[in-house]
Design a protein around this ligand. Sequence first.
Ligand code: NAD
Length: 301
Amino acid sequence: MSEDKIIDGKAFAAGLRERIGRETARLKAEHDLVPGLAVVLVGENPASQVYVRNKARQTAEAGMRSFEHKLPPETGQDELLALIDKLNNDPKVNGILVQLPLPDQISEQAVIDAIDPDKDVDGFHILNVGRLSTGATGASAPLIPCTPLGCIMLLKDRLGSLSGLNAVVIGRSNIVGKPMAQLLIRESCTVTVAHSRTRDLPAVARGADILVAAVGRPAMIKADWIKPGATVIDVGINRVPVEGEDGKTRIVGDVDTQAALEVAGAITPVPGGVGPMTIAVLLANTLTAACRQKGIEPPEL
Ligand code: NAD
């Protein structure tokens, strides 16, 4: 029974990448357009290096062009801004992603502000944030942050319409919590955003038909925080030591998954839930951005 409760993000992401691959091939055949994604990495953060490598591989596998820019840790802000300016003006580059975090000498805000909003496939530019929050559509539609957009895709795939459901998002970051809340409002949910100062968080969480955890605390959300039958989306990625195995670690989410399975209607596992969606949606955003830049209607994915 608990098998049916698992929302298989890995399988959904594979299907999405396949659809993106088909649409990319069609764009090339019909419009001679090959979407290009530039990924910029400053420094040698090991987790970031893995992400960047995976992004480049999956971009190429989808039939898109991948441009990798690896800069040394001591790179100055002006140097990075000059690269972004070059990428903004390069017609082969349709999407630009600067891997965060950046070294201390560089202002993340200055970098995000410098990216052409039409190429901002992370959806972090203030124009895209504003377009999302005002519900802009058509030619003004926003590029939407990848992780929360991936969560919405999984939710709609599982539940169909989300209209009228009570959603609680735990976490209020610009990367996950806030855009997640905006997307749930857009789906006509009644949305509560909880965070580190929320009073009686378990009681708030128990009101949720949809519970999204984006905190970064291993197994913080217990079974008795979950309303029976609720759909739980676990965004957390936490590395914890494996008991009894010296030096070994594993990845867990923000939810105590095994216990939660007894109560929840459906849940995303960690790993294999939200994680694989992020890069797949990045490719979808690159395809969308490329189409919009050429005045082509982006495909429904
Ligand atoms: P963040 O640190 O920017 O934000 C965490 C949020 O949690 C904050 O808004 C804070 O108010 C809230 N919080 C902290 N302690 C709390 C507590 N005790 N009770 C309630 N709220 C609390 O983190 P983020 O960038 O939003 O990421 C959150 C988690 O999601 C991390 O584990 C991160 O690794 C993961 N993440 C996963 C993906 C993915 O692809 N799956 C993408 C981005 C982030």
